[in-house]
Ligand binder design. Structure first.
Ligand code: PLP
Length: 456
């Protein structure tokens, strides 16, 4: 199995990046019921190769420029084999002391690697969505003096995020009971970053209207364009108005390992919580989301449960991560993080992330120099947003760029996705796969040029 995976990683380029199967095609080849008697591994692997592999989209491919990356790496894969073999469920310290204590240690390492304040404590969550939900619940409890945990939420609490913030804020606010009507989307500036003055105006208006401003979610590296909300000013607004501040750095938090990018976290000391995903850009395979909180007591008080069967004799001496997140059961995710951090080192991770950001700058330059390409947002990280623009009307440009994207992806050599920025249809080229080198980006650029020539 190790050889199969190693071969796969060696041969990634032979696959089309995105799977070409149609809806229902994989299901139609699978039986409707589990087999009565066990089958041989040979039989299972044969079907894996013939039925499953054609339906796989290859996230580790060097032509992966879609969404954001979800990198794996050899050391991460090896650690996952150990994790699966150990099969430990790490809900409380007693259920595997090493898992809890390694998690405490590696989250401190991560905190220091990206320059978060030393008074923040870390925990691994499965996703940034889950971490943001934890922050919303903590903010809710803080704003209501823990009354909503007791009596249920008597709404009127308001959540703030920019118009560019991730949909996980909406989902979290729905689950945490704030209600969709109590989510305020704050306008952004020409660089798609939240305008702090607009935030403060809205907070004041809501308070004047008898509502309770309770949580701001700022984003470092928005999904559509990689915009960076100004944490310093937003933090001051939150402090002045006594509002909980959560920072979503799901994608771009990793960039702060590079000293020249530390500015993206300027003002993060104002944050009550922060999340970023080593499972995106830091070579730790999905899932591994690093969540940091200033007041762990507040988080635990918001989420804790104490059924008799979970009580142990050492509860007062140890951390029980079951109360730091939503699920009770927890995977041993710290192991793969530890393997990756030790095998690459801070420098190794910096080199890879810097390479991606340099390649993105090169594409940015080429886009700016091209007479029919338009750069649509600043390039802070590995994400370049652009479109074809030969001067035709907006509606026609949308049709043109939609076709452009489709043709690019149909080559099978690369996979890009789109977004809307300022109501304009935009292609996103997200350079961040561990396997992507300069030659792959050059080849992608040639494909972009040829395809542009075809559709214009
Ligand atoms: C800015 C931002 N926040 C949150 C998320 C959600 O991440 P997850 O899949 O870990 O919940 C994403 C996903 O790309 C994102 O870009």
């Amino acid at each position: 199995m190790v050889d199969r995976v190693a071969d796969y990683l060696d041969e990634l380029e032979k696959y089309p990046v995105a799977s070409g199967v149609g809806p229902g095609e994989v299901k139609s080849r699978l039986p409707g019921a589990a087999p009565l008697k066990g089958e041989s591994m040979d039989a299972v692997m044969k079907d894996f190769e013939e039925i499953i592999m054609p339906g796989i989209t290859h996230w580790q491919h060097p032509g992966w420029f879609a969404y954001f990356p979800a990198n794996n790496s050899p050391s991460s894969i090896l650690a996952e084999i150990l994790t699966a073999g150990l099969g430990a469920q790490c809900m409380v310290w007693q259920t595997s002391p090493a898992a809890t204590e390694l998690e405490e240690v590696v989250t401190c390492w991560l905190r220091d690697m990206i320059g978060l304040p030393k008074d923040m404590a870390g925990v691994i969550q499965s996703t940034a969505s889950e971490a943001t939900l934890c922050s919303l619940i903590t903010a809710r409890e803080k704003a209501t003096g823990f009354e909503s945990n007791k009596k249920g939420l008597n709404s009127g609490l308001v959540v703030y995020a920019s118009t560019e913030a991730h949909s996980s804020v909406d989902k979290g606010a729905k689950i945490a009971g704030f209600g969709e009507e109590n989510i305020r989307r704050i306008p952004v500036d020409e660089n798609f970053a939240m305008i702090p003055e607009k935030l403060e105006e809205q907070i004041k208006a809501d308070r004047a209207g008898g509502l309770v401003p309770s949580c701001v979610v700022a984003t470092v590296g928005t999904t559509s364009s990689g915009a960076v909300d100004p944490l310093e000013q937003i933090g001051e607004v939150c402090r002045r108005n006594d509002v909980f501040l959560h920072v979503d750095g799901a994608y771009a938090g990793t960039a702060a390992v590079v000293p020249e990018k530390r500015w993206i976290l300027d003002g993060v000391e104002h944050a009550d919580s922060f999340v970023f995903n080593p499972h995106k850009w830091m070579l730790v395979n999905f899932d591994c989301s690093a969540y940091f909180v200033k007041d762990a007591g507040l988080l635990v008080r918001s989420l804790e449960i104490h059924p008799e069967y979970l009580k142990t004799g050492v509860d007062s001496e140890v951390v029980n991560f079951r109360d730091w997140g939503i699920p009770l059961g927890r995977r041993f995710r710290a192991l793969k993080l530890w393997f990756v951090l030790r095998s690459y080192g801070l420098e190794g991770i910096r080199d890879i992330v810097s390479r991606h950001m340099e390649l993105a700058q090169e594409i940015k330059k080429r886009v700016e120099e091209h007479e029919h390409l338009e750069l649509m947002a600043p390039v802070h990280f590995g994400l370049v947003c652009f479109r074809l623009n030969d001067g035709r009307g907006e509606r026609e440009l949308e049709v043109l760029n939609h076709g452009f994207l489709q043709n690019l992806n149909e080559t099978g050599k690369m996979f890009l996705t789109h977004t809307m920025l300022d109501k304009k249809y935009v292609l996103r080229m997200s350079i961040g796969s561990r396997t992507t080198q300069a030659r792959h980006v050059d080849a992608a650029w040639d494909t972009i040029m040829n395809t542009a020539g075809e559709v214009l």
